[in-house]
Ligand binder design. Sequence first.
Ligand code: NAP
Length: 284
Amino acid sequence: MKIFGIFGDPIEHSLSPVMQNEALRALGIDAGFHAFRVTRVDLKDAIRGAAAMGFGGLNLTIPLKEKALELEFLRADELALAIGAVNTISFDQVSRIRGHNTDGWGALLALQDAGVSINESRVLLIGAGGAARAIAYTLEKEGAEISIANRSLKRAHELATSVGGMGFCLCDLEKLVGQADIIINATSVGMRSGDAGLFDGRLLKRRQAVFDIVYNRDTKLLQDARAAGSVAIDGVMMLVYQGAKALEIWTGLKAPVDLMERAVRRALAERAGETLVKNGKASR
Ligand code: NAP
């Protein structure tokens, strides 16, 4: 039996095992996908250990994606190098450890799935972390004009410079929202219940697409987007497509995207039910 895994810290809440195990089963591959808590300090040993034990492949998540590029034995492909982060690792026949990045691909397909046209669109990307970098790089290649707003202005400027866009602070959001065709939240704001919105949702307009890459809940941004009549896109399909691309890199097989989406949405619905029970809101 082949072992696949996702490394990260924290990792308990990852939906990748649910999604990838469903896909592996459907493809008839005798394998298991597991989540492992791995800290930055242990990343090098953990990847070497996985290679030595014959793992089929790995995903990396917070806080390991950038750290992986520092490992001298990892050969990152051109895209991962350009983005500056690795979210997928493959092990080839001659034991080479290769780094890839499928996050930008996932975001692009999620937008296309929702019918959003990217070429020559004005994108307001909020965030300048690992996921934002993958999205900025990918959408710039697709012909978007990108503005980046981030809490740390320095990081906003750095990312904007690398994709030929403009960098702003979050204080500029109220001015920027109205000028964008596509608004993307690539910060972690919205992941926790009670997170305040990044800007006044009443600024959103019907013609805009609003993509919140947070996937663990129905965020305030998505609720505001629906209220405004905008196209509201949650982070689930990005998660599914980045995972599907990783699975295709590891196995060479076409991933069962619909099954993977269903597995994620089912797991999210179960979690939402558990939260309601914990909060004493369930009727029984
Ligand atoms: P990251 O590298 O740690 O970046 C975090 C970003 O969020 C930074 O821009 C940071 O700003 C900003 N931020 C954090 N707390 C904030 C706050 N209180 N107010 C304003 N900005 C804040 O993380 P990441 O890997 O890019 O992930 C970001 C989010 O995307 C997470 O929610 C993650 O779950 C989600 N994600 C989803 C998918 C998917 O497939 N749907 C894939 C990857 C990531 P500073 O630069 O100022 O610190």
